[in-house]
Design a protein around this ligand. Structure first.
Ligand SMILES: [Zn+2]
Ligand SMILES: [Zn+2]
Length: 345
């Protein structure tokens, strides 16, 4: 099968013919229909991700059709499914409590095991899979494995955002823009922050009441002014110090900061204004992914609100364009995410 393989950090992925993966007993082999290109892939490609090594096939935001089903998978060939990017064991105390995102025995296709920048991907622990809802395009569904689910869990599972609350989103890449759209549809009052004018325009279209240029001055002060004292909730969706500082500083007393962006490599250690955490009695949440049992809550929300997330998709690209998509993330990127939908070109 055709696959894009990381051979050297920062260099173009090699498009290679590799053997099709074997089917796990408890899992499936999917024919990949769509796979998003995510900032986490970029971290891996740059050599900053703690787990990604040369030889890795990236790709963790995928949707596919079951080609082969293991005897203990619970699926059958032809089923169309979405996979969360972290596959939880299902048996440990965290999993049994419903906290699959902190399962210590996670499997991670795209980071540790071969991912979905390929015609086929093996998915172990198939109890993590969710059926693709009728009428949802695979292109859109690819984002349901990482960005959209991460935004949903950050807003609802972690920060417990309530209608009418002010929610700031620092960084409007895939997960940030998804948070703007979801938060707005939840009845929260959204403020988007970025440095790319086109992204700020798009955030307004997705429901942001205000969209602020982070390069134009003290963005935290601007948010405190707009909201009459600070946001109730603030999401940091880049994983860098400047935005994490602004996210904490824009909150009102008792506000909740949610660390959605992945601090990694040069940004793994940050200096944060802990005096504000103390004086404002703020809460800091970390979040990563979404437990797979929460998929129905997200799908029901999308159905009842009629929220159309297709505008989040920037471009459908062939596998051979994945390298260019990663390289583009070295600088400010245009709005919308890249999704690989043609694995033969
Ligand atoms: Zn991702
Ligand atoms: Zn577990």
């Amino acid at each position: 099968m055709r696959a894009a393989v990381l051979r050297a950090y920062g260099e173009d992925l090699a498009i290679e013919e590799v053997p099709r993966p074997a089917c796990p007993e408890d899992g499936v082999v999917l024919k990949v229909l769509a796979c998003g290109v995510c900032r986490s892939d970029w971290h891996g490609w740059r050599g900053e991700h703690p787990r990604v090594r040369p030889g890795q096939i990236p790709g963790h935001e995928y949707c596919g059709i079951v080609e082969e089903a293991g005897p203990r998978s619970g699926w059958k060939p032809g089923d169309r499914v979405i996979a969360p990017f972290l596959l939880a064991c299902g048996n440990c105390p965290s999993c049994r409590e419903g906290n699959q995102t902190v399962c210590p025995d996670q499997r991670l296709p795209g980071f540790v095991e071969p991912g979905a920048f390929a015609e086929y991907v093996a998915v172990p622990l198939a109890h993590n899979l969710t059926r693709l809802p009728e009428g949802m395009s695979p292109t859109l569904a690819a984002g349901m494995g990482c960005r959209v689910t991460t935004a949903w869990h950050a807003l609802t599972g972690r920060a417990q955002v309530r209608p009418g609350e002010w929610v700031a989103v620092h960084g409007t890449g895939g997960v940030g823009m998804a948070a703007v759209a979801l938060g707005h549809a939840m009845g929260a009052r959204m403020i988007a922050v970025d440095i790319v004018p086109e992204k700020l325009e798009m955030a307004r279209r997705m429901g942001a009441e205000a969209a602020l240029d982070a390069g134009a001055g003290d963005v935290a002060q601007a948010i405190r002014d707009i909201t009459g004292g600070g946001a109730h909730v603030s999401l940091e969706a880049l994983g860098i110090e400047a935005t994490a500082r602004a996210s904490i500083a824009c909150l009102r007393p008792l506000g909740r900061h949610v660390q959605v962006g992945m601090p990694v490599g040069s940004t793994a250690d940050m200096t944060l204004p802990m005096n504000l955490v103390y004086t404002g009695q703020l809460a800091l949440y970390g979040t990563r992914g979404m437990p797979s049992w929460r998929y129905p809550s997200l799908f029901a929300f999308l159905e009842t609100t009629g929220l159309d997330l297709m505008p989040l998709i920037g471009r459908e690209i062939p596998l051979s364009a994945a390298s260019a998509a990663l390289r583009a993330m070295n600088g400010p990127t245009p709005p919308g995410v890249d999704v690989i939908t043609d694995f033969t070109a």
